[in-house]
Write a protein that binds this ligand. Structure first.
Ligand code: AMP
Ligand code: MG
Length: 470
């Protein structure tokens, strides 16, 4: 067992002016019990050899480590388009950062109890939503989509009151950063504009050292946020992921999927799918995500306008659409087993999506079996068009099938699968969480023991109402 005191935690955010956070410890859950430990992520973080039970004690706040500097961040945001001047880590604590081979990673404890930013909340998170976040971080990672992930999840004997009484839990979330669009908005719109350069300089030093010496580093930072956001959402659209709460306080400045709430994966292809039942207007409907990504970048641009020229902000915003479509088409070609470019590809994509919508076909399974469909004896005129296009590729049927299988997951986190795992976990059986992780971490491979998990959802599981309380 390695000694945690030797691990080089730092918290560079805690070296900034104290207007950015409140330093504090957090409130343990009574009788904390391990639900799952993410060995793959632990390995990346250099924590593989640490006893998970010891980590529970540390992240539950029962044992404090010398070299840490925990804090709750303050930020603001646009929630469903409405400006909220002050939010912040109302139930989270930024524990610190660890240097890894893929850069600096934040560790953040979610469900950690009250902070000055809790407003009317209790500072806790329920086991149900914590399991969903834990599973979905791994699902996104398995799908090769940038995302926060979770290192560990544990529950405790403290009832949490939502629609009913539920078990509480904490997760330790790892993300490249916890700086959100809302951190900049908080400064700009709360008469703290003079602090914008400090936050910006911090972010560039930590995450964009290559821009450090350049005169236009602030502009380059904003361009990068626009590009990464556009590309992230393009990726979501190709796998059918609906985030559900794309408020600006849930948008990472490094383009990672972040803050999982009532998210959902499309089952039948339904572009106007709304996974968040409190989203009455459909602001965050699946097919509106690309526009919202741009809207959020515009909100960030407004917050950065005191320190970046308007022309530079506008130029970057104008490139959003190009980044989005380039990435979307590139990913979609691969989904269809195509490696070359043809100007008519976008038309092909639009037509097949339109057909999937009308026929209410399971999106994931259709593309997973796309090769069989193309070579099957259906009388669909699009198929002929596609086969002509496929000839340009000069590849064999087997090669085409291999490309399709490598780019279309067999397994996604269907709501009902998560629901079964949650119901078992609430009865102290965590085995289904573990089963799901096996397939979600490696969704492009066959898993013979879990063939059923690739089936369409059973009727009872198709339109599950996922509670938005978390
Ligand atoms: P979310 O919808 O989870 O992104 O949260 C929006 C804001 O509400 C953030 O500032 C959270 O920290 C805060 N929040 C959410 N749930 C709670 C809770 N149970 N207790 C305190 N703050 C919360
Ligand atoms: Mg949030």
């Amino acid at each position: 067992m390695s000694n945690l005191d030797n691990i080089n935690f730092k918290n560079s955010f805690g070296a900034l002016s104290n207007e950015f956070y409140t330093k504090q410890n957090w409130s343990p859950l009574p009788k904390a019990k391990l639900v799952n430990f993410n060995y793959d992520l632990a390995e990346e973080l250099g924590l593989k050899n640490v006893d998970p039970k010891a980590l529970v004690k540390i992240f539950n706040g029962e044992i404090s480590l010398e070299n840490t500097d925990p804090l709750a961040m303050v930020y603001a945001g646009h929630q469903f388009g409405n400006w909220v001047p002050q939010l912040g880590d109302g139930r989270g604590i930024l524990f610190g950062q660890i240097e890894t081979s893929s850069g600096l990673k934040d560790l953040h404890i979610k469900g950690a109890g009250k902070t000055p930013y809790s407003r009317f909340g209790d500072g806790r998170a329920v086991l149900r939503s914590s399991i969903r976040e834990y599973l979905c971080g791994e699902a996104m990672h398995g799908l090769k989509i940038p995302s926060s992930r979770s290192l560990i999840i544990f529950t405790g004997e403290e009832p949490v009151f939502r629609e009913t009484t539920e078990p509480g839990a904490m997760i330790v979330r790892s993300a490249s950063t916890h700086v959100r669009f809302g951190n900049f908005e908080y400064l700009c719109h709360n008469d703290k504009k003079e602090l914008l350069p400090e936050l910006m300089t911090h972010v560039i030093e930590e995450y964009f050292p290559e821009y450090n010496e350049l005169a236009n580093k602030f502009e380059l930072f904003f361009e990068s946020v626009v590009r990464k956001t556009a590309e992230l959402i393009a990726h979501w659209q190709t796998v059918g992921f609906a985030h559900g709460v794309m408020n600006t306080d849930n948008m990472s400045i490094l383009g990672e999927t972040f803050d999982f709430g009532p998210f959902g994966f499309l089952e039948n292809y339904q572009p106007d799918y709304i996974c968040n039942h409190s989203d009455y207007q459909g602001r965050y409907a699946f097919n509106n995500q690309p526009n919202i990504g741009l809207w959020n970048c515009q909100a960030l641009a407004a917050a950065l306008s005191p320190i970046i020229e308007e022309t530079a902000l506008k130029k970057a915003l104008e490139s959003y659409q190009i980044y989005f479509y380039n990435h979307f088409i590139q990913l979609f070609r691969k989904k269809m087993g195509l490696l070359k470019k043809d100007p008519k590809d976008f038309e092909l994509i639009e037509e097949i999506l339109d057909w999937l919508m009308k026929e209410k076909i399971d999106y994931t399974n259709f593309f997973r079996n796309f090769s069989d469909f193309i070579h099957g004896d259906n009388l669909f005129s699009w198929k002929e068009k596609f086969l002509n296009r496929l000839e340009l590729e000069k590849i064999s049927r087997n090669q085409h099938e291999d490309i399709v299988k490598a780019n279309n997951p067999k397994f996604i986190l269907r709501n009902y699968l998560a629901q079964v795992a949650i119901e078992k976990a609430e009865k102290d059986d965590f085995s289904e969480v573990d089963n799901l992780l096996k397939i979600l971490k490696d969704p492009f491979s066959e898993h013979d023991d879990f063939e059923d998990y690739a089936s369409e959802s059973p009727e009872w599981g198709k339109n599950l109402e996922i509670s938005c309380s978390s």
